[in-house]
Design a protein. Structure first.
Ligand SMILES: NC(=O)c1ccc[n+]([C@@H]2O[C@H](COP(=O)([O-])OP(=O)(O)OC[C@H]3O[C@@H](n4cnc5c(N)ncnc54)[C@H](O)[C@@H]3O)[C@@H](O)[C@H]2O)c1
Length: 455
């Protein structure tokens, strides 16, 4: 099978470092043959990495899509607000599409895009990368096999991490909801997709609360200047002091998040970017308006509840999940890939259970210590799907989800190219489902009321 050919619109962090990098690591599976990127430095670097001839390098998505179809697939990795144009035009031009999330920044655009794409019958995959991780696939299998009985409640957290939040949602491209998309959609449409996939029944209502509580001028340390580099008196005590992150803690690191700050990742390049650019701004004096903590509750048709907590104030940047069922519970965290299953029945066999007292195990954990309990390692390196691939090089982008998505997308494009039906597990319908919950949650947050969802 010959490699599928791809055009990339938006050769930024995702376009270059996730999808472009995949093609460089798996040239027998996918090749980039055209690019659209307005930043001349990014465009030139990307074109050189992928050996793209001058006549297939374009400044914007519309320049690229003015031509007849240049490749099998089109990867749309433009900023949040530049989505409908490349997606709808790409579908009309006959490309197989891989579209970054959020699929659409507003409900009106979602409706229009959905109608236009349905008309074309295009093959559209959405980059809900977490569904392709070993971790969430294992969770899904455990639920579907009835390991913990009837599903009652899923509690998911997205711990964005204090430095990541400051980077993207206070200083960076997603700092303003009106110039990108609301934090829940921008960051957590993945979580909403996971919840609806794991629960797999219609969501009936949603409520949400959340505010921007900390990254505001009244919390600035006394005497803090506009920029960290202007002699901030709180340099040693502020967790968000930019030079500590980008110059010290990330010294020697030359990909995201440093490449979002500057393409010149030398010490001098970083310092110059902090002195002039958005990433050196005091986090208390930026023009940000995204909420910094939010909760969402979703009620499903059979009484299952899902809760989601997202926010800035965590040391880790990861996701955790707790799934409560009628016969047991599962808990886990994505960064370590560790899952623990506890069933509400005694373990079978002659396992010796060490009790420190009748309701404590030897670690002091409460419960009946002879309940059946086991742990599963479900990190990227234990994913048999990825381990089997020849020529695999380590990439744990999104806990293996980036590579997992691309493996499936490429396979499906190969099928589509040979005239067979192709579909990704995360397609237009899934994006519609998760995005409609996000839009409803935002309405609820603003109105202070529960919002009913129509099927
Ligand atoms: N799937 C995920 O988990 C995930 C993770 C991070 C970001 N994202 C999403 O991916 C998208 C891109 O994010 P990013 O971090 O790569 O941002 P980025 O800013 O690094 O990259 C976007 C690129 O698009 C380019 N661009 C702007 N206008 C364009 C146009 N008219 N035509 C072609 N290119 C244009 C920009 O110059 C930039 O290089 C965003 O919507 C973001 O929300 C998804």
């Amino acid at each position: 099978m010959t490699a599928v050919t791809l055009s990339v619109v938006g050769a930024g962090h995702r376009g270059a470092e996730a999808y472009g990098d995949y093609c460089l690591r798996y040239p027998d599976r996918a090749r980039v043959v055209a690019v659209a990127e307005p930043d001349p430095v990014r465009r030139a670097e990307f074109a050189e990495d992928h050996q793209i001839p001058a006549e297939r390098q374009f400044a914007t998505w519309s320049d690229l899509l003015a031509h007849d179809r240049l490749s099998d697939g089109l990867v749309v990795a433009t900023p949040d607000l530049i989505r409908a144009g490349p997606v709808v035009t790409g579908a009309r031009k006959g490309y197989a599409l891989l579209v970054e999330k959020p699929f659409a920044p507003t409900e009106e655009q979602l409706d229009a895009m959905s109608a236009a794409i349905t008309e074309t019958g295009a093959f559209v995959g959405v980059a809900h990368v977490l569904r392709y991780t070993n971790f969430y696939r294992t969770v899904k299998r455990l639920i579907d096999e009835g390991t913990i009985g009837r599903l009652i409640h899923i509690d998911q957290t997205e711990d964005i991490g204090y430095w990541h939040f400051a980077h993207s949602y206070v200083r960076g491209n997603w700092r303003r909801a009106d110039e990108s998309s609301p934090m829940l959609l921008a960051k957590s449409c993945h979580d909403l997709d996971l919840l609806t996939w794991l629960i797999d029944e219609p969501a009936e209502s949603v409520s949400s609360s959340g505010t921007l509580t900390h990254f505001t001028p009244q919390h600035a340390p006394e005497g803090a200047p506009e920029r960290c580099t202007d002699g901030c008196p709180a340099a040693d005590t502020c967790p968000f002091y930019a030079p500590r992150l980008y110059l010290d803690r990330l010294s020697g690191h030359h990909t995201w998040p440093v490449t979002a700050v500057t393409r010149d990742t030398s010490d001098a390049g970083r310092l110059a970017a902090l002195q002039d650019g958005p990433y050196g701004r005091c986090v208390y004096r930026s023009d940000n308006n995204q909420v910094d903590h939010q909760v969402v509750t979703i009620s499903f048709a059979t009484g299952v509840l899902a809760t989601l907590r997202i926010g800035a104030f965590t040391a880790s940047n990861t996701r955790t999940i707790r799934i409560l069922g009628s016969h047991g519970e599962i808990s886990g965290r994505l960064d370590t890939g560790e899952l623990e299953v506890r069933r509400f029945l005694p373990a079978r066999g002659d396992t010796v259970h060490e009790w420190s007292r009748w309701d404590r195990d030897v670690q002091g954990r409460s419960g009946l210590p002879d309940d059946e309990t086991w742990t599963i390692s479900a990190g990227p390196t234990s994913d048999p799907d990825l381990a089997d691939r020849p020529g695999r090089r380590e990439s744990d982008g999104h806990a293996g989800g980036d590579d997992g998505l691309m493996h499936e997308f490429v396979e499906q494009v190969q099928q589509w190219r040979s005239g067979q039906t192709a579909a990704l597990p995360t397609e237009l319908r899934d994006a519609e489902r998760s995005h409609r919950i996000a839009f409803a949650a935002e309405r609820s947050r603003h109105a202070g009321q529960t919002v009913e969802l129509t099927a």
